[in-house]
Design a protein around this ligand. Structure first.
Ligand code: TXA
Ligand code: MG
Length: 305
């Protein structure tokens, strides 16, 4: 078991496409986090994603496409709101959940009737999608429940021991830094299943965590413990009442939410790997829409700590 990090030059992209067409996995950068990709129309290839991640079979996988036309081919119904949202947000960090077309493997949708789709805003991801000519199913390229990878080395650290000879296309550090907003547009009004950095002009739609619809978790990313370092994370609710303990490391985030999201996971991984750190303490973040996705990830990372 090992991983190979390569620059996304012509020969590497050619090899990546051969692997995808041959039913193998390839890790690639997106603007949000790195993905672990397989040909979305190849059920056996998608099964390899679940094995590599140790992912529960109940958690559906997002399908990445290069164009709106390619997205439409994957769905039964393309509502007008999907047109509006795609025009406003794609390529970008917004996943639309739609009624799936026949022919999409059950492993992609976890047996459900919907499929999550997005066009990623990253030149390497887009080039890979165009050359591959098939939709690419890709969850974040980490073991299940771990912090998502925002650098190629993170992918190697997470999955190197679990995938044989994994090819990782190196696109540098991800610009957005946390996973896409997942929006269910099969209902009216649409519902946010996972907050992200996409700026939506929709009314807020809280939903209970871990809700099951027809046996499929509608947003398993909302399972409480998720995106978590190995070390305990303590999310402070009232900064003034916390008494510092030996081994505490404070997670200092930039003031601006976009910069904070960009560095969040790399910081969590860095603190997690430092021997002197026993616990990661997170100061309170502003309770504003711009910070909602970051607060969501930190709340999940702190679960069970
Ligand atoms: O930014 C991202 O979304 C990254 C990059 C690689 O695109 N991908 C990602 O995938 O975060 P993953 O598998 O780690 O998280 C996908 C989330 C999960 O919460 C999953 O339950 C939800 O999207 N999801 C996928 N398909 C769905 C569907 N059909 N219905 C409801 N939720 C879905
Ligand atoms: Mg993930």
């Amino acid at each position: 078991m090992s991983a190979r990090i390569v620059l996304p030059e012509d020969a590497a992209l050619t090899e990546a496409v051969e692997r995808l067409r041959g039913g193998e996995l390839v890790a690639f950068p997106t603007e949000t986090v790195y993905g672990l990709g397989a040909n979305a129309l190849d059920a056996a290839a998608v099964a390899k994603i679940y094995a590599a991640k140790g992912r529960p079979a109940t958690n559906p996988i997002i399908v990445h496409v290069a164009s709106v036309e390619q997205a439409k081919a994957l769905v039964n119904t393309w509502p007008r709101i999907a047109d509006e949202l795609a025009a406003a947000h794609w390529p970008g960090p917004l996943t639309l959940v739609l009624e799936k077309a026949d022919g999409i493997p059950d492993s992609v949708t976890a047996g459900g009737s919907t499929v999550g789709i997005r066009i990623p805003n990253h030149p390497v991801a887009l080039e890979l999608l165009r050359r591959a000519g098939v939709p690419i199913a890709a969850p974040s390229a980490n073991r299940s429940e771990e912090v998502s990878p925002t650098q190629a080395q993170h992918v190697a650290d997470s999955l190197g021991a679990f995938v044989k000879d994994l090819l990782i296309l190196d696109g540098g550090s991800c610009d957005v830094g946390i996973e896409s907003t997942v929006l269910d547009v099969t209902c009216d009004p649409p519902r946010v299943l996972r907050p992200g950095m996409a700026k939506l002009s929709l009314p807020p739609s809280p939903r209970p965590a871990g809700e099951l619809v027809q046996g499929v978790a509608r947003s398993p990313g909302q399972m409480l413990r998720h995106y978590a370092p190995k070390k305990p994370v303590v999310q402070l609710l009232h900064s003034e009442t916390y008494f510092q303990q030996e081994g505490d490391a404070w997670l200092a985030l930039p003031q601006d939410p976009h910069t904070a999201a960009r560095v969040l996971y790399a910081e969590l991984r860095r603190l997690d790997s430092e021997d002197s750190v026993a616990r990661i303490v997170v100061p309170i973040q502003p309770d504003t829409p711009a910070w909602a996705a970051i607060r969501d990830r930190l709340r999940r990372a702190a679960q069970g700590a």
